[in-house]
Ligand binder design. Sequence first.
Ligand code: NAX
Length: 327
Amino acid sequence: MKAPVRVAVTGAAGQIGYALLFRIAAGDMLGPDQPVILHLLEITPALPALNGVVMELNDCAFPTLHGVVATDDVNVAFKDVDFALLVGARPRGPGMERKDLLEANGAIFAPQGKAINDHAKRDVRVLVVGNPANTNALIAQQNAPDLDPRRFTAMVRLDHNRAISQLAEKTGALNTDIAKVTIWGNHSSTQYPDIHQTTVKGKPALSLVDQTWYENDFIPVVQQRGAAIIKARGASSAASAASAAIDHMRNWALGTAAGDWVSMGIPSDGSYGIEPGVIYGYPVTVSNGSYEIVQGLEINAFSRARMDATDRELREERAAVEHLFAK
Ligand code: NAX
């Protein structure tokens, strides 16, 4: 067994938290030989519920769970952590404008970014799940001036996994037959699920499905999947979101498969014409714990228009929260 690492999860008593913590504790995220100490953050009124979750975690007697810290103090939650999964966020209430939502989340993610800056390990890996995930990640990043900005990422992996599953179903293939799917941009309905480079059992996906299905079925189904789950379940995606968060962190820590890539929301660096300043979904490979954008992909006019539209939305979100950035 290796030395334990510390993993912070915020919103730990919420529904994603309930689907996520047991899998992290069981070794699904970092492997069966990597013990973890969980740092669980909640708001004060949710601490009794969180205590119940901690009791259940203990009752599993996981070999890889070496400790649990449950707290409502951000400074305790992020102390010496190697990984931070920021799940807790302010949901959109009735009549709430997008601007109010961004503002309410700024009040959560600015102090969390500062606490990560002040207390986490210098090579901490941060994944923001709480919506609006890309812009919340940007707020946290911009409040952590002492850390490498590339340590802050946002989750588009659920969209990536949804795209794989839709395409596998359509082509009668297995999920593992699908490679090189990309989610560009924002985790929102402007995201662009791109299958121009995707292969199914090594064959180009676009030679197996027609363009009308791609444009009129696949893209909107992936973009609107979250809303479809809410309609069907009466609650937003939880287990699938938790599973995607595990996938994101596992690939970031342990690497991606040869001949494939994954989608991660990461700081834009000018690649593919997306200027620096936003957290944008890109195709990435990971080796030795470091992610790199897949370069040199051909971008046609269809893709360009969609990549630019989701970029525009992210820049509008950025403009609405820039006053929350540390000076
Ligand atoms: P829940 O409302 O079940 O849980 C959220 C938890 O966060 C609550 O227990 C709440 O007390 C806690 N919380 C609120 N403010 C906090 C703070 N300042 N510090 C610590 N904890 C705090 O929501 P859940 O279904 O778990 O979803 C969590 C977030 O994930 C939401 O913002 C949701 O929109 C987002 N999602 C993101 C997805 C993605 O792909 N990026 C997909 C799934 C999900 O919709």
